[in-house]
Write a protein that binds this ligand. Structure first.
Ligand code: 8Y4
Length: 276
């Protein structure tokens, strides 16, 4: 089990650490690893409960990353964080081999945008005893934004997450270790993302699992504010989405801007409770 969130009666905060060539590391160069570990420790000091380490870009159009390359990117960073901090580490990967190496190096959450659909993934997660994040994605990263379509996006996503959580429990993963995630931006139009955000409460109530919500800097914010072409211009929209999701019961937020999100959560909570 992971420790309670630092914000009392607020959500867990998961800080995003991308270790891809366009961000920090290109496969373990000393200075790159150092910079990535420093960024993780900074997020922890800003109030992150979890650091989500990812070495595979899931951006539409991104090239697939070979397993050895992905391990070479994330492993030194996880080891570096573990040497300098006890912060909870999650590994963002679809690949069982990467998850195994990450867990051996100290990660305790498997964040899988593919919801453990890869062969051997369920068995491995059960065997590792890690927490698992089961995220909904329609299609695959390369093509998912081409023409997303649903009969009823909330019902479809709910049924998928229920089915994956059931499969996880069948494989021996404890219910308490399961997180569900509607997968904002993964094969979804603006309307789909808005409907799923409004449905956060229903997703939680009707499944009974903890819920992770990730909208930070995503392109739907740029759809609403077309001037925010650069992802770094989307902090205001990210905070608005985070506050809405948490008001509806989201248990964890996956964010780039830890300090600003923690502040927003403190203010939101103070207003909910009438005391800071
Ligand atoms: C700007 C910034 C534009 C970020 C796009 C993005 C989720 C996730 C991602 C999520 C969980 C991303 C790994 C996409 N999103 N894992 N991962 N939930 N559990 N795009 O929503 O951040 S990567």
């Amino acid at each position: 089990m992971i420790a309670p969130p630092k914000i009392e009666r607020g959500p867990w905060i998961m800080g995003i650490l991308n270790v891809t060539p366009d961000s920090f590391s290109d496969g373990g160069r000393h200075a790159d690893v150092r910079a990535a570990v420093d960024a993780a420790l900074r997020m922890e000091s800003e109030g992150a409960d979890v650091i989500d380490v990812g070495g595979e870009s899931t951006r539409p159009g991104a090239a697939p990353v070979p397993v050895a390359e992905e391990i070479a990117r994330v492993l030194p960073v996880i080891e570096g964080i573990r040497r300098r901090s006890g912060v909870t580490i999650s590994i963002d990967t679809m690949k069982p081999a990467v998850a195994r190496e990450a867990m051996d190096a100290g990660a305790t959450i498997w964040n899988d945008v593919n919801a453990l659909r890869e062969e051997t993934a369920l068995e491995l997660a059960a065997d590792m005893g890690c927490d698992v994040v089961l995220m909904h994605m329609q299609g695959e990263p390369r093509t998912m934004q081409a023409n997303p379509k649903y009969d009823d996006v909330v019902a479809d996503v709910m049924a998928f997450l229920r089915a994956r959580a059931h499969a996880a429990m069948q494989a021996g993963i404890a219910a308490e270790k399961i997180w569900i995630d509607p997968g904002i931006g993964f094969g979804k139009t603006l309307a789909h993302n808005l409907a799923l955000t409004r449905a956060v409460g229903a997703l939680k109530e009707e499944t009974g699992f903890k819920l992770l919500y990730g909208a930070s800097r995503k392109s739907f914010i740029g759809r609403i504010d077309p001037a925010a072409t650069d992802a770094r211009e989307r902090l205001g929209g990210s905070l608005a989405a985070a506050i809405r999701a948490v008001s509806l019961g989201a248990d964890m937020l996956r964010v780039h801007d830890v300090r600003e999100t923690v502040q927003a959560m403190r203010v939101w909570r103070a207003m909910e409770e009438g005391a800071a």
